[in-house]
Design a protein around this ligand. Structure first.
Ligand code: ARG
Length: 391
């Protein structure tokens, strides 16, 4: 239901009729109780004794929280993945694995849980989908947080002349850990330490052990010069800055990962002008006419760059899916969901690839409206001053 606040109505428009009732405003606890009921009513939990639902609800009502079992968290996390309207990889939602790190209540223990996440998810290149669930906030409200956006991120160094070495997205994080005493090697691909905040300890950073970071050197199947560009990327995209919301409980410290769609690396991380901005370099090596956009030099360089990414991950034995294949898998997933009697709310602009979208079946159709309130779900932390679309 579209809901417009009276004070937001355009000037000159008639206020909504008082006969149109507005949705009831729930307290935070009431909303979480509702989510708890919904969660324990979901068919995926129908094997639990009915007393469990009653007990957790009573506990939630009395104390404002309750302790979920590892099984409940795993099922909730799978449903969160299935519900996430921006994910095109949802076909694999049943395969998710849980690492229960709720007992990791020191920064060092949390860092160790992060490395374990990388070990299990990397799996020598045969990537596994994993979520690690860290501790809930303490009773006094103090939280345990991983402040890095992903477990593996490359540093961005702002040079005196205003240019940036490395990943421009991480200039602020790099400056922050540098001010805390970290020193990178000064290459375009220095793995940043993970920044962790826990109650009763100062903010700390932890160097990611090299043996848990699998990386792929990028080369091209046809052009030997491509390897000399010195590009590489990490195998595992382990998102660390989203909350996991299950049955009225919000876990703020939950890194999760699957595997890359090739375009995330080739068409965004390497190609965006505010990231590694490699298209001009690739186009130059290809000898393309770059005098005008009309020659489509960017588009041609983009294709070759993405071929190189797909080729290199495959050669290295690291799982990655191309945008054509993942789109087909997603369409099959929607059909299976439909058969199971479920809708599949989807954000069109997120599930379509950033290149050649119209060549994929995800482009040529509409979807159930994305529903931001649907739970369980992975939810973005509210960040001040950050664009909600691009992060
Ligand atoms: N787009 C992000 C990156 O390039 C990763 C987001 C998660 N992607 C994924 N395939 N699970 O690092």
């Amino acid at each position: 239901m579209d809901f417009v606040r009276q004070d937001e109505l355009p000037i000159g428009s008639t206020p909504a009729s008082p006969l149109v009732s507005s949705p009831p405003v729930l307290t935070d606890l009431q909303r979480r109780e509702l989510e708890c009921v919904e969660f324990f009513d979901s068919p995926e939990l129908s094997h639990l004794p009915t007393s469990r639902r009653r007990d957790v609800l009573r506990e939630l009502h009395r104390t404002g929280t309750y302790r979920q079992t590892a099984e409940e968290i795993l099922i909730g996390a799978k449903l969160a993945w299935r519900n996430h309207a921006r994910c095109v990889g949802r076909a694999h939602w049943r395969t998710l694995k849980l690492l229960d790190a709720r007992g990791a209540v020191t920064a060092a223990a949390l860092a160790e849980a992060c490395w374990e996440h990388l070990r299990v998810s990397t799996n020598g290149g045969a990537l596994q989908s994993v979520v690690t669930v860290g501790p809930l906030p303490r009773e006094d409200g103090q939280e345990y947080r991983i402040l890095s956006p992903q477990l593996i991120r490359y540093a961005g160094y702002l040079r005196d002349d205003g240019t940036i070495l490395g990943d421009p997205w991480h200039v602020d994080l790099t400056a922050q850990v540098t001010a805390m005493g970290w020193k990178g090697a000064g290459t375009p691909f220095d793995v940043l330490p993970v920044l962790i905040s826990v109650p009763d300890e100062p903010l700390q950073y932890f160097d990611v052990p090299t043996d848990v970071v699998l990386e792929v050197d990028i080369e091209h199947p046809d052009y030997p010069w491509f390897a000399d560009l010195g590009l590489k990327w990490h195998a595992v995209p382990a998102v660390a800055d989203m909350d996991l919301d299950i049955g009225g409980i919000r876990y703020p410290c939950t890194p999760f990962s699957g595997w890359y769609v090739s375009t995330e690396v080739g068409a965004r991380n390497f190609s965006d002008t505010d990231r590694y901005n490699m298209l001009p370099t690739v186009a130059q090596h290809l000898g393309l006419d770059m005098s005008t956009d009309r020659t489509l030099w960017k588009d041609r360089a983009l294709v070759e760059l993405n071929r190189a990414v797909i080729h290199s991950y495959r050669k290295a034995g690291v799982i990655m899916v191309d945008h054509h294949t993942v789109a087909k898998q997603f369409i099959d997933h929607i059909a299976r969901e439909d058969k199971a009697g479920r809708t599949c709310p989807t954000d069109w602009s997120w599930v379509n690839p950033p290149m050649s979208s119209s060549l994929t079946p995800t482009f040529h159709r509409l979807y159930d409206e994305p529903d931001l309130d649907i739970r369980p779900n992975f939810v973005t932390k509210a960040k001040k001053g950050v664009c909600p679309i691009t992060g």
